[in-house]
Design a protein around this ligand. Structure first.
Ligand code: NAD
Length: 467
């Protein structure tokens, strides 16, 4: 299948392309069109033209369009899932690419159904005051490589639902499913409402600093998030930043190791740990430490990893060479620091960026595997003896995306979970998100939220009308 830019509702071929490779095999999944700065200018100009009419459409019209997009995605679900697996590597089944496509459609329907009605702040003899929400303009979107289609839809759909137009630049590692998704959206939407340009990081910098962009929505690393924020300053662009995390989980002494092991495992290793709000540091009380370690290792042995296109697999490879190298390095450093490898601990032989599920016990803060986001299939398990000490250490990190507390006493765990310095706190689970609940980071994990009416509001400006 050929992939082209989509600008103003039509495919645009580029002179240059870059191969996108399947991380399971190294085979070419497709060729990414390399947009020029002229293509970028044209896409933003098309979105600006489309904004004039799209922003004036009725709420019902935009709602219907979003439902129609979801229906298109559903009709092409298997094609899209296979494309995601081919470029991203994740397996088709379990929490893999079919789950990603299903989530995209479900989220799109849910967002379509949300409303931001005019609210009346005052209506009396002194006068009437209404609060209106208006679209902002052309939204620039930049996405990462871990959940390419789902995250792309999280940027596009609320923007379009509220009357904005979009230029999206997907990650150069995983551009193909986004291009195809935007192509399908263009079967439903008027020309120019959603445009896609693909290319390298420099194209992202050109998009985020472009004066024609009214708001940037970015999901990716904290390092890039800082650059986006800086590039927004000259024209005072609005921003939503969904950045990295280093989520802590605190297992209390009264937790049941066997019962919590599967949820701990998937909390940490959904998408092979390449998930922003995955569990990335596990604090376990000394009294049940070895039991929790043993249960996690036992559960890990039941989860097959391999080529994403193999229907039996429940985990795939690390997505790219850079990330693979990072995981290898962080685990080696942890070993040097005295970390005990409970399972895994070295790359798997053969083609592909396969690194096995790895638990590293007997480590603590001061090494990168604990202090930084690993974004891969290696989890440090940290021993503690005092709950207050564990809470302090869990919070002693610049990131603040998610966190969890695990206990047989859910009420006690909830009190502690609320003390975690993070945007989402879970009790006896980790990482689950829903379209009707806001999601976003505190501290250096981001600015703003996505999902729910709170997320929708981020694509609007307030107009107060005295009438
Ligand atoms: P990344 O920051 O390297 O790249 C993300 C995107 O930014 C890519 O499209 C890239 O081309 C672009 N980019 C790179 N340099 C740029 C620049 N100077 N200006 C503008 N754009 C630029 O991140 P990644 O490696 O693709 O993704 C992994 C990171 O994303 C992890 O830190 C993860 O936690 C984070 N993430 C966060 C969330 C969330 O919701 N908080 C979700 C998924 C991933």
């Amino acid at each position: 299948m050929a992939f082209d830019l989509i600008i103003d509702g039509v495919r645009r071929q580029t002179a240059a392309h870059t191969d996108v490779k399947n991380p399971s095999t190294g085979a070419v999944a497709g060729r990414m069109p390399m947009a020029t700065t002229q293509d970028l200018d044209d896409a933003i100009a098309a979105a600006a033209r489309a904004f004039k009419t799209w922003s004036q459409t009725s709420d019902a019209e935009r709602q219907a369009a979003c439902h129609a997009i979801a229906a298109k995605i559903e009709a092409h679900a298997e094609e899209l899932a296979r494309l995601i697996t081919a470029e991203q590597g994740k397996q088709l089944n379990g929490l893999g690419s079919r789950f990603e496509v299903g989530g995209t459609a479900a989220w799109t329907h849910a967002t379509a159904d949300m409303q931001l009605p005019v609210s009346v702040l005052q209506d009396n003899e002194q006068g009437r005051i209404e609060l209106h929400r208006k679209p902002i303009g052309v939204i620039g979107s930049i996405t990462p490589w871990n959940w390419p289609m789902l995250i792309g839809s999280w940027h596009i759909i609320p923007a379009v639902r509220t009357g904005n137009t979009v230029v999206i630049k997907p990650s150069p590692y995983t551009p193909l499913s986004t291009i195809r998704m935007v192509e399908l959206m263009n079967e439903v939407l008027p020309p120019g409402v959603v445009n896609v340009v693909s290319g390298d990081d420099a194209l992202g910098a050109a998009l985020s600093s472009h004066p024609g962009i009214a708001k940037m929505v970015f999901t990716g690393s904290t390092a890039t998030g800082r650059k986006i924020m800086a590039s927004a300053a000259p024209t005072l662009k609005r921003i939503t930043l969904e950045l990295g995390g280093n989520d802590a989980g605190v297992v209390l002494p009264d937790a049941d190791p066997k019962a919590i092991a599967p949820d701990l495992f998937w909390g940490a290793f959904i998408n092979g740990g390449q998930t922003c709000a995955a569990l990335k540091r596990l604090y376990v009380h000394d009294s049940i430490y070895e039991q929790v370690c043993n249960e996690l290792v036992a559960f890990a042995s039941t989860v097959p990893m391999g080529d994403g296109l193999d229907e039996n697999n429940q985990l795939g490879p690390i997505q790219n060479a850079m990330q693979f190298k990072r995981v290898v390095e962080l685990v080696e450093e942890a070993k040097q620091a005295g970390g005990r490898i409970l399972c895994g601990g070295a790359p798997l032989a053969g083609n592909g960026y396969f690194y096995p599920i790895t638990f590293v016990a007997d480590v603590q803060e001061g090494i990168r595997l604990v202090d930084e986001e690993q974004f891969g299939p290696a989890l440090p398990i940290i021993r503690y003896t005092d709950v207050e000490d564990a809470m302090r250490r869990a919070n002693d990190n610049p990131m603040g995306l998610g966190g969890s507390v695990w206990s047989s006493d859910a009420a006690k765990a909830k009190v502690l979970a609320q003390r975690l310095e993070c945007g989402t706190a879970w009790v006896n689970k980790h990482g689950g998100i829903q379209p009707n609940a806001p999601f976003g980071g505190v501290k250096q994990s981001g600015i703003g939220v996505e999902f729910s009416e709170e997320g929708l509001k981020e694509y609007t400006t307030v107009q107060t009308v005295y009438c």
